[in-house]
Design a protein. Sequence first.
Length: 361
Amino acid sequence: MHTFGEQETCNQSSPKTKNVWPIPSVCNIMFIQPKPQNAITIAVSSRALFNMDREQDIYEQQGMEDYLKYQIQHEIEPFAPGPAFPFIKAVEAVNTRLRELYPDSEELFDVVLMTSNHAHVGLRLINSINHYQLFIERFCMTGGNSLIGYLKAYHANLYLSADSLKVREAIEEGIAAATVFSPGKITEVPETQLRVAFDGDAVLFSDESERIYKAHGLDKFFEHEKAHENKPLDHGPLKGFLEALGKLQQKFYAKGQRLDCPIRTYLVTARSAASSGTRALKTLRSWGLETDEALFLAGAPKGPMLEKIRPHIFFDDQMFHVEGAAELGTVAAHVPYGIAQKVQSKTARDVKKDMPAKQLE
Ligand SMILES: [Mg+2]
C-alpha cells in the first residue's frame, strides 16, 4: 500500500489488507495528493478506461440533462470495458508481482482516473471500478476544467484519453500522452504480462529524421541516417515512459526474474534494419535503454506483426499505423507529435470532422 504525506486530505478509504478493495477517493484541484515517491503515474480518462459510447451519443443528441438522467438511472450498471481497460488490468498484475517482491516499496504503477464528468457520473464510475475490482485509489473530477494542471500536479508519466484535443494539449505541455482507439475486433491479451509496443520516430525518438524523409524522400533519409549513425537521436514524447518501464523491469531482474519478467517492451518501427536501424538501436543504447524486442519492418504494415505480439497498447504518431493496428485487433494509441501531424492525410481530416464540439471524458 502507498502511504501518503501529511498533505493528504482526500476522503479515502484505504484497504488494510490486500484482500479488501479500496473505495476510490474523489479529488479536485484543492485536494491533490502528493505522488507516492517513485511511483509511475498513469492518468486515464473515464472514456478510455470504460466504453461510454452510448452515453456520449445521448449527450450529443439529447443534451446534458437527458445524459445525466440516463447515467443516474443506470448508476448500478457497470460500464463495459474500454480500450485502455486491458492495459490497466495488466499494470495492476505487475503491481501485484512488485508488491510480492518488494512489500515496502513505492516503486509501483499508480493509476489516477481523470474525468471531466459531472459528480453524478462519478458514482457510476466508482461502482464500475469496484465491480471490476480495479485498484484505482485516486479519482480526479475536474468539473470541466483543463486537465493539464492536474496532470502536472500528479506528475503523470502517461496520460491516456479518448479525446484527441486534450491529448494534443498534454503533448504540447511536454506530457507523454496518447489518444486510445478501440480495436476493430477483440484480441485476447496476456493477463500476467504487460506488453507495450512503441513506434520509433516521433514516439520514442524526436521527428528529426522523419522530417528529412517527408521533405526529401526515402533515399535522402537513408543517406542521412547512415551519415549520422553515431549521433543519437533526440528524445521523443514517450521516451520517459519506456524509461519508467525499464526501471520497473530492473527490479525483477534484480530478483533473478529476467526470464519471467511481467513487463515486455517492443520497438515496432518502419525503419529497415540494414539501412537505418543502427541509429535507432545506438540511440536507445546511448540513453541506457533497451526494448526486449526490436522489429524493423522496412515499410511493411505494422498490424500483422502487432497481431502476433498481442501488446496491451501500441503507440504511433501516424494515424494510418494506428488504424492498421486497430483493424487487426490491437489497442492502438495515437501520439500527436511531430511533422506527421502537419501532413493533412484523409484520416486526420476525418478524425477532425467526426469530432464532436464537446466531449465528456
Ligand atoms: Mg513514427
